[in-house]
Design a protein around this ligand. Structure first.
Ligand code: SAH
Length: 340
C-alpha cells in the first residue's frame, strides 16, 4: 500500500472529480471533500449528517434509490449495482471475488489505529466517547443495575486490531470474543489484549475467530451484545440478512446488536477499492426489516470531522416493541348503561 501522504494526495483530488463541471448543475455527490475516501472505514464523502428519516421503509424502497461508486458512476438502483458486483444468484465466483478483494484490501493495511481508521486515528476518542454513552444508556435500560454484578459477554465483529474491545468493551463486559477475517489484525489484537502469561486476571478476551461475518455462526445464546462497527459494508444485502438471522440465535434473551456505521445521504455509495458499500438510513431500515430486527434506540455520532460520512449507532433487537395499551379506554367503554 502506498504511504499515507501519497494516499492523501490522491484522495484530495479523486480522478473522477477532475472532469466535473465547475458551474451548475452541481454534482449530487460532492466529490471535493473526500480526503480519505478509500482507505477509511469512515470513508468520507460530502455526506452531511443524514436527516433522521421517520418514514417507514417501503418494501422496495432500496431498490428504487440510485447510488454512486467511488469513480463517480451512477447506478439506477442497488439491484443494478449488486448485479454487476456479485452477479446473479448462483454466481459463486463473482461473489467470492467481491469478498476476496474486500479482505485483500485490508491485508495490505498496517495493523495500527491509523490503519484501521484510514489515517483518522485522531477520531478514536470521539468515537469511543460516543459509543460509551450509547452503551451505558443501553445497559442501564436493558439490565437492572446497568449490568453490574452480572456476567456479560460481547462479540466484537470485524474487530480489526481490537480497538473497540480495548478502549470500550473490555470495561463493560466480563468476556469479549473477537471476530476478524484478516489474520495480521487479529494477531495484533491478541498481542495487545492477552497478557503474556495468558492467565492474568485481566484477561477477558476469550475467543479470537479468524473468519468473515458471512461465514460465521455464533454459539447459541452466548452474547449480551454483538457489536458490529465499520465492517457491515463489506456484506452484500443477502449475506447481511442471513448473518443477522443466524446471529439472532447467538443473543441471550434481552440481548442486543449494536451496529455503528457510516451513513450515505441517500441510496448507497460503492467503494470500488475495498469492495464495500455505504448505505443510507432508509436502506439500513429496509434491511433491518428483512432481518426481523427492531430499532430499540439509535443515535448520531457527533464530533467527527466535517468531511467524513455521518455515522449512526443502532441498537437492534429481535423482540417486537411492546405495545402501549390504553387501559383506561378499555375499562370505561363509551357505551350507554342499561336502564332497568
Ligand atoms: N471495527 C474496527 C475495524 C474497522 S476497519 C474498528 O472500528 O476499529 C474494517 C474491518 O472490517 C477490518 O478489520 C476488515 O478486515 C474487516 N472486514 C472486512 N471484510 C469483512 C467481512 N467480510 N467480515 C467481517 N469483517 C470484515
Amino acid at each position: 500500500m502506498a504511504p499515507m501522504e501519497a494516499q492523501v494526495l490522491i484522495r484530495v483530488v479523486p480522478s473522477y472529480a477532475r472532469g466535473l463541471p465547475i458551474s451548475p448543475p452541481p454534482p449530487r455527490f460532492e466529490l471535493s471533500a473526500k480526503p480519505l475516501f478509500r482507505s477509511s472505514p469512515l470513508r468520507s464523502t460530502a455526506s452531511r449528517p443524514a436527516a433522521a428519516s421517520t418514514e417507514k421503509p417501503r418494501a422496495s424502497a432500496i431498490m428504487e434509490a440510485s447510488g454512486f461508486d467511488s469513480e463517480g458512476r451512477e447506478f439506477k438502483n442497488a439491484e443494478e449495482m449488486w448485479g454487476e458486483e456479485i452477479g446473479k444468484e448462483g454466481d459463486v465466483h463473482k461473489r467470492k471475488e467481491w469478498y476476496r478483494q474486500g479482505v485483500g484490501y485490508w491485508e495490505g493495511v498496517e495493523a495500527t489505529a491509523d490503519g484501521v481508521l484510514g489515517g483518522y486515528a485522531h477520531v478514536n476518542d470521539a468515537d469511543i466517547k460516543g459509543s460509551e454513552a450509547f452503551l451505558k444508556m443501553l445497559l442501564a435500560e436493558r439490565f437492572p443495575d446497568g449490568g453490574r454484578g452480572r456476567s456479560l459477554v460481547a462479540l466484537d465483529c470485524g474487530s480489526g486490531i481490537g480497538r473497540v474491545t480495548k478502549n470500550l468493551l473490555i470495561r463493560f463486559f466480563t468476556e469479549v470474543d473477537l471476530l476478524e477475517p484478516v489474520s495480521h489484525f487479529l494477531e495484533a489484537a491478541r498481542e495487545s489484549l492477552v497478557p503474556e502469561s495468558g492467565l492474568a486476571i485481566e484477561n477477558k478476551t476469550t475467543n479470537f475467530f479468524c473468519v468473515p461475518l458471512q461465514e460465521f455462526t455464533p454459539d447459541v445464546g452466548r452474547y449480551d451484545v454483538i457489536w458490529i462497527q465499520w465492517c457491515i459494508g463489506h456484506l452484500a444485502d443477502d449475506d447481511f440478512v442471513s448473518f443477522f438471522m443466524r446471529a439472532k440465535a447467538g443473543l441471550k434473551p434481552g440481548g442486543l446488536f449494536v451496529l455503528k456505521e457510516n451513513i450515505a445521504r441517500s441510496g448507497f455509495v460503492l467503494d470500488k477499492e475495498d469492495r464495500s458499500i455505504t448505505r443510507s438510513n432508509t436502506y439500513f431500515k429496509e434491511l433491518f426489516h428483512r432481518c426481523g430486527l427492531h430499532i430499540f434506540k439509535s443515535k448520531d455520532q457527533r464530533g467527527l470531522p466535517e468531511e467524513l460520512f455521518a455515522v449512526k449507532m443502532y441498537a437492534l433487537t429481535p423482540d417486537a416493541p411492546k405495545r402501549v395499551h390504553n387501559t383506561r379506554a378499555k375499562a370505561q367503554p363509551n357505551r350507554p348503561g342499561i336502564i332497568k
